[in-house]
Design a binder for this molecule. Structure first.
Ligand code: ZN
Length: 216
């Protein structure tokens, strides 16, 4: 099972993906996480990527494709994976298709989580991430047991610069202009499925599982 979750920033892709990874033993491939990790390790690629991210811009295609290509070559990505945050442009989608074709593989399905814009702004501004393990929470929708402290590792939560209002607006605009054409691309290939993201976290998750059942 090789999956791609799509949806505007704030559609809950990260949290849904975390749960899918646990329940289906998928390998999570999150470009955002890889960039941040690379940045923490002070690698040039991560430092450059973070400059784009903090401005709310898309990381350049060549940087992004390269980090994904390296990740797909690792053994744990051979059988099952779920992509998060990639591809974001049609050009990245084509690069991904080429990478997978070279490995004699392809995407099983692309699941698009649909939500409305106002709801997204509310969601994003409430998001908090664990500094230590990278898990994401939400002040309203997925609160921690103890304020500001990660349930899993006890790390401190923070608000990512790209979750601040100005940056969110910018990301939404980019999504509409660059990422939305991707939906047409995958629809044309017959692997696009839609899930209503305006339901509760659990209902969205069940809807995704129903799609997966249908496919396997
Ligand atoms: Zn944590």
């Amino acid at each position: 099972m090789k999956l791609l979750l799509m949806g505007p920033p704030g559609a809950g892709k990260g949290s849904q993906s975390e749960r899918l990874v646990k329940d289906f033993e998928l390998t999570s491939i999150s470009t955002g996480q890889m960039f941040r990790e690379s940045h923490r390790n002070e690698e040039p690629l991560g430092i450059e990527a973070m400059r784009y991210i903090e401005r709310g811009e898309l990381v350049a295609d060549d940087i992004t494709n390269e980090i994904v290509r390296k990740r797909l070559l690792k053994e744990d990505a051979e059988r099952c994976f779920i992509l998060d945050g990639y591809p974001r442009t049609v050009s990245q989608a084509k690069a991904l298709d080429d990478m997978l074709a070279k490995m004699r593989s392809k995407l099983t399905a692309v699941i698009n989580i649909t939500v409305d814009k106002k709801a997204i702004l509310e969601r994003m501004v409430g998001r908090r991430v664990c500094k230590q393990c990278g898990l994401s929470y939400h002040l309203a929708f997925k609160p921690t047991r103890q304020d500001g402290i990660c349930d899993v590792c006890g790390g401190t939560l923070y608000q990512r610069p790209d979750d601040q209002l100005e940056s969110v607006r910018n990301r939404l605009e980019i999504y509409e202009s660059k990422t939305q054409p991707l939906l047409a691309y995958y629809k044309g290939r017959g692997i696009l499925r839609e899930v209503d993201g305006m339901q509760s976290f659990d209902a969205v998750y069940q809807a995704i599982c129903a799609v997966l059942k249908e496919l396997t």
